[in-house]
Design a binder for this molecule. Structure first.
Ligand SMILES: Nc1ncnc2c1ncn2[C@@H]1O[C@H](COP(=O)(O)OP(=O)(O)OP(=O)(O)O)[C@@H](O)[C@H]1O
Ligand SMILES: [Mg+2]
Length: 270
């Protein structure tokens, strides 16, 4: 499985998801999981306690197809470290082509040629979303971007992050998303707001090493189980002959986007 963890909205939980979902997949699955730090902020690399400068082989070399080694993080979990000075690679190699196992790419909150190329190559676009007004606005923008660039919405998987059940706006936005997107697109688990998740990067650890009994660990484990199940089912039926039919969201994109925007405004007004 190749997943681009992407949302143009900043600070919604992309890097936190890359680290902890990756760690959960490595624990539950039986194949290697490689985390790729595509973001020049290099937060993924720093959060795993690795140097963010002076690395001989980084995402820049990875994108260019230059040979090199990933950094080991924990059992079955590896890192392609980020590069603060990353440039658009020319020519663009096929970095995903030669990779085994699962790859999770932590994207920056921008649209550029590299994101576009990788989005086209990935099996899913996993979108962490904070369920509030700005979160919905950012998500609307993502839907428009995908439409503009011809990326089918069927590849989206939405993961509600930083969820606080006592906030009515969070409950309402989640419910609305459930009405607008078929099950499967909206993952039926949430990542709750968790102090442990926020503090783990300061220790250079993922949540399973930092606080294995926390809500953050159990939430990311639940999300990983779902994605693994889906992926295994997909491999079982494999290939285009049985490809998933277009979801409703693509057929009625415009109507749904409108009601989506309305829902965002209504939720924000309460
Ligand atoms: N479930 C959560 N509970 C508590 N804090 C969280 C949670 N998810 C993320 N955070 C915190 O929110 C902040 C932003 O998270 P993160 O860096 O993962 O977002 P991002 O989408 O990668 O941001 P950027 O767009 O800048 O790359 C971080 O301080 C992180 O620790
Ligand atoms: Mg990030």
């Amino acid at each position: 499985m190749r997943a681009l963890i992407y949302n143009q909205k900043g600070g919604c939980g992309k890097t936190t998801t890359a680290i902890n979902l990756g760690a959960a997949l490595a624990r539950l699955g039986d194949e290697a999981v490689t985390l790729v730090d595509l973001d020049p902020q290099t937060h993924l690399t720093a959060a795993l306690g690795r140097r963010t400068d002076g690395q001989a082989w980084t995402v820049t070399q990875w994108l260019a197809g230059a040979p090199g080694s990933t950094l080991p993080v924990s059992k079955r979990l590896f890192l392609v470290p980020g590069d603060c000075d990353a440039q658009e690679p020319r020519p663009f190699a096929d970095p995903l082509g030669g990779m085994d196992g699962t790859v999770l790419i932590d994207a920056p909150p921008v649209w550029n040629a590299t994101v576009a190329r990788l989005m086209a190559e990935c099996d899913i676009i996993l979108t962490p979303l904070e369920p509030d007004f700005l979160g919905m606005q950012g998500f609307n923008r993502l839907l428009q971007t995908m439409k503009k660039h011809g990326v089918p919405w069927s590849r989206l998987r939405i993961l509600v992050c930083r969820y606080v059940d006592r906030l009515s706006i969070h409950r309402e936005v989640r419910e609305r998303l459930g009405q607008l997107f078929r099950s499967g697109t909206l993952l039926p688990v949430v990542i709750r707001n968790s102090v442990r998740l926020a503090e783990a990067p300061g220790f250079g650890r993922h949540i399973f090493d930092h606080a294995p009994d926390s809500s953050g660990a159990s939430d990311y484990e639940a999300a990983a189980r779902l994605l693994l199940e889906e992926w295994r089912a997909r491999l079982g039926v494999q290939s285009s002959a049985v490809r998933r039919s277009r979801p409703e969201t693509e057929e009625k994109g415009n109507d749904r986007e409108e009601s989506f925007g309305e829902a965002a405004r209504r939720a924000a007004a309460q």
